[in-house]
Design a protein around this ligand. Structure first.
Ligand code: ATP
Length: 303
């Protein structure tokens, strides 16, 4: 497995408080990693340490499988906090300034990036007159000038309207799929992240309380009908024979968990009863994704 980032026991102390507390992140090449936490949870500080804007008190960082961070940081791009743009310049002029600053020789790169970020039609409009979403896309464009393999976006959808959010989301997917850029994106807005993230890290009070892939999340929040009966084997056979239910499992506590036909609990009860099976309990279980994350972020749930 190729990891672009691993941290070990990363810790930052401000005013005698560990605002980043023994954080062990693992981000695989190709991931869109959603870094989720409430305001003040420690997201920005963690990212600032990784990209070299702050120094940890304890812990180690590995970028692209190496401890040579100077070299690793050459392959990363960052958009942290408020986008630093030249307000009196156009999108193109901002990108040109960045190109010259970084010594990128290929002059086509500016137009390429303008196309990628969808600002190729903004002509003479100055950055100060851009919407927040456009400013955010331009900031991402500036971060792309160094041709990064790994991009850090700190709260990129903060304050954006729904169409601005969609533009950023589409851009992130494009960068990831078409340009093979691994992306770490921090946010406290879960819903929007859930549409694109392939992996999640949840931070609460400086601690990484959970880290899982999107498919693990699906399992964790999977809804099911949970049934307890007096004859499990016979009940399972009846579910399949009488109702065509095959997507079920018997868990370690002897409950039958049915994962589809979630609207059929009435039929299930009646088929089982007709066949002399005593249904001790039958409930629809599972939770929604939003609730799951909120409980993790608030420390009400163990990962
Ligand atoms: P937000 O979304 O509000 O930026 P966050 O999850 O990014 O939240 P951080 O900005 O990392 O959180 O802040 C974590 C904690 O560290 C907060 O309590 C913050 O007040 C504190 N903090 C951050 N930077 C400093 C600093 N330079 N000096 C002192 N305390 C700081």
């Amino acid at each position: 497995m190729d990891y672009v980032l691993k941290t070990k026991d990363l810790t930052k102390i401000y005013a005698r408080k560990a605002v980043v507390n023994n954080v062990n992140l693992e981000i695989k090449k190709g991931d869109i990693y959603g870094f989720i936490g409430k305001n003040g949870a420690g997201k920005t500080t963690t990212i600032r340490i990784i990209v070299g804007l702050a120094k940890q008190n304890k812990g180690e960082i590995e970028l692209f499988g190496s401890k040579d961070l100077a070299k690793g940081r050459e392959k990363i791009g960052t958009v942290i906090e408020y986008p630093a743009l030249y307000p009196y310049m156009t999108a193109k002029q901002n990108l040109e300034a960045q190109r010259k600053l970084l010594g990128v020789k290929d002059k086509n790169r500016t137009n390429e990036i303008l196309n990628i970020i969808g600002l190729n039609n903004t002509g003479n409009k100055k950055a100060k007159n851009f919407s927040l979403g456009m400013k955010q896309r331009l900031a991402i464009g500036l971060a792309l000038m160094g041709d990064p393999e790994f991009l850090f976006l700190d709260e990129p959808i903060n304050g954006l309207d729904p169409s601005g959010i969609k533009d950023i989301r589409d851009l992130i997917l494009k960068l990831n799929r078409d340009h093979q850029i691994t992306i770490m994106i921090s946010s406290h807005i879960l819903g929007e992240l859930a549409k694109i993230a392939t992996c999640y890290g949840v931070i609460s009070n400086g601690e990484l309380v959970a880290q899982f892939s999107a498919s693990e999340l699906k399992d964790r929040v999977k809804k099911c009908i949970k049934i307890k009966v007096n004859n499990t084997e016979k009940a399972c056979n009846l579910l399949t024979k009488e109702l065509g239910i095959v997507n079920y499992e018997v868990d370690k506590d002897g409950y039958i968990n049915v994962f589809d036909n979630l609207d059929k609990s009435g039929d299930i009860t009646s088929v089982l009863a007709k066949n002399d099976i005593i249904v001790q309990s039958i409930n629809l279980e599972g939770e929604d994704c939003e609730k799951y994350f909120i409980e993790l972020m608030e420390g009400k749930k163990d990962a």
